[in-house]
Design a protein around this ligand. Structure first.
Ligand SMILES: NC(=O)c1ccc[n+]([C@@H]2O[C@H](COP(=O)([O-])OP(=O)(O)OC[C@H]3O[C@@H](n4cnc5c(N)ncnc54)[C@H](O)[C@@H]3O)[C@@H](O)[C@H]2O)c1
Length: 339
């Protein structure tokens, strides 16, 4: 089996460091798949990359064929087949969202160009660094040689958070919960939606064919909680974690990266949908040419938006609010980049 070329950017950061161990240990590609791992960060973080390399080597992971640490985009993305783009400037004190968009849009412009020039043209790219949806849009715009559908922004952490809270409220096992959706932006306008979600019987977990389903809205009858408290809880979860630990989520974000990539590459489990931030094709009336989180299924290493779900007026309004924010983010970034 040929080794895969995998690149992690921002690898010296708190999420990047955890993901590097997970990738090296086969959590995305399987333990029998050899990996050539490229770890990119900026010059001041190079000593941390050196330390990371030493630790990775001394874990003796059987699937880790080689490690390259670098600050050079060409070295990082040469022949790259999978890229996890985490490296971004953090939001500083007194920094407006606009300042963050501007600071990061340049990074993702450069990385998009480098991916276009040096990577394998079938590369799959997951953008995690914030603002993830808009960074993903900038990246794919700068990589015309690569199909737009090979770029995703991560909303899986939001999805995992939403699933946990629903299962907790319902007092049911989270593994029996299906079809929660995250619509829109990975921001406080995202819309966690349970209108399509249901639980299966715990006994049916193995046999997916004849699952007995019960809708979440029949189990959790408190509509105010679903339409207000739950939504706010998920929208604000990132901030709540920052307030608790003084830093943003790291291990759960790293896990979400692996979950996203595994579903993309190996396919979503049968009767299950997930949510990816992808280029809008106009589905559900969402404007084209923004990266928006939709419900998707994956097979043959491709995602496909689930179409024709029945959308209630309440849901539609929430979906539009997030689209509006994404259009504004795109305009801010494109103005700054002179597009
Ligand atoms: N999409 C999501 O669900 C999600 C979840 C959590 C965090 N995030 C975002 O992920 C990003 C990383 O989070 P973190 O906690 O690991 O931050 P961190 O500050 O610990 O690490 C960021 C790393 O990126 C590096 N970096 C900065 N500019 C770079 C560049 N031009 N090229 C390569 N590397 C560069 C930094 O040196 C640092 O090592 C942030 O933008 C954060 O907001 C997204």
């Amino acid at each position: 089996m040929k080794p895969l070329h995998v690149c992690i950017t921002g690898a010296a950061g708190q999420i990047g460091q955890i993901v590097a161990f997970k990738v090296a240990n086969g959590e995305i590609f399987g333990k029998s798949q050899l990996i050539n791992l490229a770890l990119l960060d900026i010059e001041p973080a190079f000593p941390l990359l050196e330390a990371l390399q030493m630790e990775l080597e001394e874990c003796l992971f059987s699937s880790l064929k080689s490690i390259t640490i670098t600050t050079d985009l060409k070295v990082a993305f040469e022949k790259c087949q999978y890229a996890i783009l985490i490296g971004a400037k953090p939001r500083g004190k007194n920094m407006q969202r606009k300042d963050l968009i501007e600071a990061n849009s340049k990074i993702f412009e450069e990385q998009g160009r480098a991916i276009n020039e040096y990577a394998d043209r079938r590369i799959k790219v997951l953008v995690v660094g914030n603002p993830a949806n808009t960074n993903c849009l900038i990246c794919l715009k700068n990589a015309p040689r690569i199909r737009n559908s090979n770029f995703c922004a991560m909303t899986r952490l939001d999805l995992n958070r939403a699933k946990y809270q629903i299962a907790l409220k319902a007092n049911r096992n989270v593994s029996t919960l299906r079809n929660v959706i995250i619509w829109g932006n990975h921001s406080s306008t995202q819309f966690p939606d349970v209108s399509q979600a249901y639980f299966i019987n715990e006994d049916d977990e193995i046999d997916n064919e004849n699952d007995e389903e019960i809708r979440v809205e029949e189990v959790i009858k408190d509509k105010t909680w679903i339409q207000k408290d739950f939504i706010e809880l998920i929208q604000q979860r990132g901030t709540t974690v920052i307030n608790a630990r003084g830093l943003s989520s790291a291990a759960s974000a790293a896990q979400a990266i692996c979950d996203h990539m595994r579903d993309w590459i190996q396919g979503t489990p049968s009767n299950s949908i997930t949510s990816f931030g992808v280029i809008s094709d106009g589905s559900y009336g969402i404007p084209r040419d923004i990266v928006y989180s939709f419900p998707v299924v994956c097979f043959n290493s491709e995602w496909q938006i689930i179409k024709n779900l029945k959308i209630e007026e309440f849901t539609k309004k929430k979906m539009e609010e997030s689209a509006k924010e994404l259009i504004e983010e795109k305009e801010t970034a494109f103005r700054f980049l002179n597009y």
